[in-house]
Write a protein that binds this ligand. Structure first.
Ligand SMILES: Nc1nc2c(ncn2[C@@H]2O[C@H](COP(=O)(O)OP(=O)(O)OP(=O)(O)O)[C@@H](O)[C@H]2O)c(=O)[nH]1
Ligand SMILES: [Mg+2]
Length: 276
């Protein structure tokens, strides 16, 4: 199955972002700490050009801390300014503004315009609400909650622009597409739950077998993904006439992964991505 999701509002958002970028001094780029490579929009480099940029590995509360450290080291080696954050650290998020001022090179007395960019559901609006200490932007646990860009004055010297999450027309790397779907960056109606769940189970069996065992009380996990899914369905009571309801079992598994019921999980390491 080929996964892709590029609804009309994203295309419009991309065009709006290009226009707004002309007046932006700094971009805060949010990627998902669980999959920093796959959640980076490949169009971004050409969109942003040489505007100053801060990269945030967001939602670190859901990611495997040791893998997050590998990513921080990876970006450091590439001289990319990168910080690991999540919504449970509001004070650290606010400290970023000082950094933003110095990185942008904007003279004091001038208004600093900051744009927050990233894929759907990565936490942009939550980030903006934390920075402003207000519930300005609508937040929701599904992709494409923000449909249009929105500029907010933080004070007399800083303006923040929240943007709709943007993917790209064709996700070439299908491993990346699957990882994005596992975390909920792609709308549920654009994916087959079972397909994504089987991908997730192959990954979990290889990388986090003990977590699978303890969450679903399985004595053996060295099995085919479909067999594992059936066992999980039984354990979670996802049944229908004649046996396990695979669609329900898949939904239950994805719900668990997205809500860290299997603990902090990272879906990719610097060593497991194509060389960039
Ligand atoms: N665990 C965790 N959840 C977060 C974090 N930041 C945001 N979320 C949750 O992720 C979901 C999406 O957050 P939003 O702020 O709406 O994401 P967005 O990037 O603005 O999404 P779009 O507007 O759809 O592009 C919400 O349920 C948030 O509560 C975080 O650091 N950790
Ligand atoms: Mg939003």
């Amino acid at each position: 199955m080929t996964i892709g999701w590029y609804p009309g509002h994203m295309n419009k958002a991309r065009k709006d972002i290009i226009k707004l970028l002309q007046q932006v001094d700094l971009v805060i780029e949010l990627v998902d700490a669980r999959l920093p490579y796959s959640s980076e929009n490949p169009l971004l480099n050409s969109l942003i050009g040489d505007i100053a940029r801060l990269k945030i590995l967001n939602k670190t509360d859901l990611a495997d801390p040791s893998t997050t450290n590998l990513w921080l080291e990876f970006y450091k080696q590439k001289s990319i300014s990168c910080f690991a954050l999540d919504k449970t650290q509001p004070e650290n998020i606010k400290k970023l503004l000082k950094k933003a001022k110095s990185i942008s090179g904007k003279k004091s007395g001038k208004i600093l315009r900051i744009m927050i960019l990233g894929i759907p559901n990565v936490g942009k609006s939550t980030f903006l609400n934390i920075l402003t200490d207000r519930k300005i932007a609508k937040v929701g646990n599904e992709p494409a909650v923000t449909k249009a860009s929105n500029e907010i004055s933080l004070d007399d010297s800083i303006k923040l622009i929240d943007t709709p999450g943007v993917l790209w027309p064709k996700i070439e790397d299908q491993n990346s597409a699957y990882r994005l779907a596992v975390t909920g960056a792609i709308k549920n109606t654009a994916i087959e739950f079972e397909d994504i769940a089987l991908f997730a189970l192959d990954f979990l069996r290889d990388e986090y077998p003990e977590r699978l065992k303890s969450r679903y009380q399985l004595s053996e996990v060295n099995l085919d993904a479909a067999v594992l899914l059936e066992a999980i369905g039984k354990q979670r009571g996802c049944l229908r006439k004649g046996g396990v309801d695979f669609n329900k079992a898949s939904e239950a598994l994805l719900h668990d992964i997205r809500n860290s019921a299997l603990g902090k999980i990272s879906l990719e390491k610097p060593e497991s991505i194509p060389q960039i």
